[in-house]
Design a binder for this molecule. Structure first.
Ligand code: MG
Ligand code: MG
Length: 308
């Protein structure tokens, strides 16, 4: 593994450690959840009791520690941001196109359609569609949280949409993608769990009741952003550690790699690098682990240089 963030060269080692926890959290949630993606909670109980080890398998027949499109698209997006110094639609499209040409282990339908359209016509934004409220723009958005750290909220939201609209142009997808980035940024800045819930999640839910996590436990969450985020919000509300949050959310089944990835990118910086379970970090694919850490440090360096 790379040396700890104290030697990352970042002028703010606490921020750097939280950011690494976000990226590793995304990858760990993806790798953990992929094993039980598309299973029901009942099927998970029958096969695993409680699923709590990074062990590969699942419908993709993954080697232990391998991640899926959630993490690899985020890495592609981060590379595009590093190349141009900001969230540029064409650079993001080219990075997604190259990612798809490399034959990823899985790819969502809306993502595929958007990338093919970009490849064919150079289109930088899909037309608005009521059918594009999937979680594909949200699952990959983490590098935008690093790249826009310290920028006004409007600029953060705009950057989220630039990358999102290449494939998903829908108000619910936008709202969900933006709230995840704002929550990650709050956690990077050291906001407590209580404050994150009270000052960020609660007002968001008041403005967008479709995401309200109150009521029935979200089991078997679909790939629609509202179901995905309801499961993530419930897991964040019902647990008080990184490990418990991720175990809670992936054992709901459904789109478990993506609920795991999104819960991981928020819970990582919220609970800190030391809270990531060592057996999970040891099981995570080594090249992925190093790519996440290297890209985190490069994006933070770029973003802090911009802030001055
Ligand atoms: Mg996936
Ligand atoms: Mg998924």
């Amino acid at each position: 593994m790379l040396p700890p963030s104290a030697s990352s060269g970042c002028p703010d080692p606490i921020l750097s450690a939280r950011a690494e926890a976000a990226y590793l959290g995304l990858a760990l949630g993806d790798a953990l959840g992929a094993t039980v993606e598309f299973m029901t909670p009942r099927e998970i109980v029958a096969q695993y009791g409680s699923h709590r080890h990074i062990c590969g398998g699942g419908w993709l027949k993954l080697k232990p520690g391998r991640v899926t499109d959630d993490t690899t698209m985020a890495l592609a997006l981060g590379d595009a941001i590093l190349r141009t110094g900001h969230v540029d639609a064409r650079a993001c499209g080219e990075a997604f196109d190259a990612w798809m040409r490399a034959k990823p282990v899985d790819i969502g339908n809306t993502v595929r359609r958007g990338i093919i359209e970009f490849r064919r016509t150079g289109r930088l934004a899909s037309p608005p569609s009521e059918y594009d409220a999937g979680n594909g723009a949200c699952m990959r958005v983490l590098p935008v949280a690093f790249a826009t750290l310290g920028q006004p909220e409007d600029a953060v939201r705009t950057a989220c949409r630039v990358q999102a609209h290449l494939t998903h142009n829908n108000p619910l997808s936008d709202a969900g993608t933006e709230i995840v980035v704002l929550m990650v940024q709050d956690a990077l800045q050291g906001v407590s769990r209580e404050a994150l819930i009270k000052d960020r999640m609660t007002p968001f839910i008041a403005a967008h009741p479709v995401f309200d996590p109150a009521g029935k436990r979200e089991e078997n969450p679909s790939g629609f952003i509202k179901d995905t985020l309801r499961a993530v919000f419930q897991a964040l509300l019902d647990t008080d550690s990184f490990e418990a949050c991720l175990i809670d959310v992936v054992n709901r089944g459904g789109d478990a790699d993506t609920t795991g990835a999104i819960a991981g990118m928020i819970a990582g910086p919220l609970y800190g690098l030391d809270a990531l379970p060592l057996p999970w970090l040891a099981a995570l694919d080594g090249a992925t682990r190093e790519a996440c850490i290297t890209q985190t440090r490069a994006l933070l360096a770029q973003s802090l240089a911009e802030i001055g």
